[in-house]
Design a protein around this ligand. Structure first.
Ligand code: SAM
Length: 306
């Protein structure tokens, strides 16, 4: 993917999140610090889709933090302008062994400069030693680093240099990232994390089922903007097969998550904007999946569910 391709996928995600937050889908006081311009209008389908994506990731992250009593670490792959770190810090749920974010150099440089220039983002580091290089930002709790996820050796070197522990429970987050990588690179990355980190949960959100008409339109739209969807699985079974380096693999389509949202939450978001084409929303949600897969001692992560 080209330079513009990487940047544009992050711009897209952060603009859609900012728009959905401005409409009241969820609360995030930090997104405005990363996206200062007002994004153009998004359809209600897009904002509802982003809400469900946000709900899934938040739920998996919080369940993991509670199960491990925060005695854990989080590695956020292709983190973009994700604000998760500041939101869990505010709830005093930050992982005690650190929060690590990886993205391409262009995105990391921008994120680093925004963090360093805004007190709301860096005030929690004030009592800590902050170390920076052109492509890294390290504090006692938060670590940001530039790496290409297709280069496992450099990821290992960067994470180790930032002080990651291979012994503590580790949550690997991949929110809409693997889809931009080829399957051999995803496979190498999964092998690395499962071989090096004995207690590991992977939570990933990505397009799926793209081998139909609707999927073809999604592929074409992104390819025209230099963002080919390389790592999308044709169906849940093939994704499960691919993830067999984990002892337990769970995958759900977003359409099923939406149907099973807590009813007060579902009613609340359905009142925010009038949605004419409910069928279109379901069609879209059938083309995205959330998965959570783990290797862990019996009893530690089994109860995590959506
Ligand atoms: N995870 C964030 C979120 O959901 O808000 C950002 C998602 S954005 C769609 C995809 C991100 O993955 C971009 O920031 C992009 O730069 C990053 N990315 C894609 N391929 C990558 C690679 N090979 N190495 C590092 N980062 C990558």
């Amino acid at each position: 993917m080209s330079y513009e391709g990487f940047i544009s996928t992050n711009d897209d995600a952060s603009h859609c999140k900012k728009y959905a937050v401005s409409k009241g889908y969820w609360f995030d006081p930090y997104i405005d610090l990363f996206v200062t311009s007002m994004p153009g209008r998004k359809t209600p389908e897009i904002s509802r889709g982003y809400y469900i994506r946000h709900w899934c990731i938040k739920s998996l992250v919080e369940q993991f933090l509670l199960k491990t009593n925060c005695q854990c670490q989080i590695v956020n792959l292709g983190a973009g302008f994700d604000t998760l770190f500041w939101n869990i810090l505010e709830k005093q749920l930050e992982p005690k062994h650190g929060f690590y974010e990886i993205d391409m150099p262009q995105v990391v440089k921008k994120k680093k400069s925004i963090i360093l220039s805004k007190l709301q983002l860096n005030k929690s580091f004030l009592s800590e030693k902050v170390r920076t290089t052109d492509l890294t930002l390290d504090t006692d709790t938060y670590h940001l680093m530039a790496c290409d996820l297709r280069e496992v050796k450099s990821i290992d070197a960067s994470l180790c240099a930032a002080g990651i522990s291979k012994k503590v429970p580790t949550l690997i987050l991949a929110e809409c990232v693997f889809v931009y990588m080829d399957s051999s690179s995803i496979s190498k990355l999964l092998n690395y994390f499962t071989e090096e980190f004995p207690i590991v949960l992977l939570a990933d959100y990505d397009p799926i089922n793209l081998n139909d008409k609707f999927g073809e339109v999604m592929r074409q739209n992104l390819s025209q903007r230099n963002c080919p969807l390389l790592g999308a699985f044709p169906d849940i079974q093939s994704k499960k097969q691919f993830y067999k380096v984990f002892s337990d693999v769970n995958i759900k389509l977003l359409s099923d998550v939406y149907n099973n949202l807590p009813s007060n939450d579902k009613q609340r978001i359905e009142r925010l904007e009038f949605l004419d084409e409910v069928d279109l929303l379901y069609e879209m949600l059938r083309h995205y999946s959330i998965s959570w897969s783990y290797n862990a001692p019996t009893g530690l992560l089994d109860a995590i569910k959506l």
